[in-house]
Design a protein around this ligand. Sequence first.
Ligand code: SAM
Ligand code: SF4
Length: 322
Amino acid sequence: MLTDNFGRKFYYLRLSITDVCNFRCSYCLPNGYECEHDRKFLTLPEITRLASAFSAMGTEKIRITGGEPSLRKDLPEIIAACKQTPGIKRVAITSNGYKLPEHLSSWIDAGIDAINISIDSLDPRQFHAITGHDKLQHILKGVDMAVAAGIDVKINTVLMREYNGYDIASYLAWLKDTPVTLRFIELMQTGDNQEFFDAQHVQGSRIKQNLILDGWLPVINDKAAGPAQEFYHPDYVGKIGLIMPYSKDFCNSCNRLRVSSLGKLHLCLFTEAGLSLKDYLQTDDVEPLKSAISAMMTDKKQTHFLHEKLTGATKNLAMLGG
Ligand code: SAM
Ligand code: SF4
């Protein structure tokens, strides 16, 4: 089992398969994607080896992310390779959902268990203003299709003062009848978004207080749930989650490691550099890869340093997958 110096166990791998994205989210890639390196993203055989090595060390869940993972044409093959790896119980994807209705069936055929779709506003104009795309209705159609197909669907919503702030009424109305978990994520500062962060960051704690006052009850989560706090309400079909990276003890429940699309292990979203695994991924013998990953674990720090405004080498989360 992969364990760090602080006794945390890592069941969960977030695997980025590209850093390219077609959206221009204001907090992430406001000017759109700008390529700063060769596009030598992990290949299918490299991903297969990574999945085997991590599963042999206790990883049970892989989340495929990006950039926008659905921009890779071999995404269904990648999902299938992860899902067919012995020991991997769950394969999930995080996507902006821009082609969810068109792609959903191929992801399901490949074995996807769960889908996270990012929707930062339920108002089409606000959605357009945040992402640069007038796609809200299309994405909501895909969400309905995924729910109807029995897939576990979560919605990611980044809290921003001027866009969705503390006004969560439209989300609550939607969750009355929509069986998804909507997770409000506190905006995180990255290297590129400092001004935006200072203007837009709001804490999730006030939402949490209001939810509790309105009768929302905490969900008792299993070990794979990680740092999200989830709530349910008898009058609502949907659930609400809060991800509050600036809250006290947030990092104590860290259960995830990240590998970038360039094949670097990132022990935290906000480390100074990734540790390259590329050389170890060139052979089917995964033992040297496992030893390298285990050795790197001793460098994992107890917490991120976001409170001190230290964002490491992370210019935006499209680099790593959030
Ligand atoms: N493109 C896909 C998407 O948007 O779902 C996957 C990659 S994106 C980096 C993963 C998640 O990170 C999204 O839910 C996005 O909203 C979130 N995210 C990106 N930048 C963020 C930031 N600075 N603070 C908090 N969440 C952020
Ligand atoms: Fe693209 Fe996701 Fe970043 Fe938005 S949050 S720009 S969809 S990578």
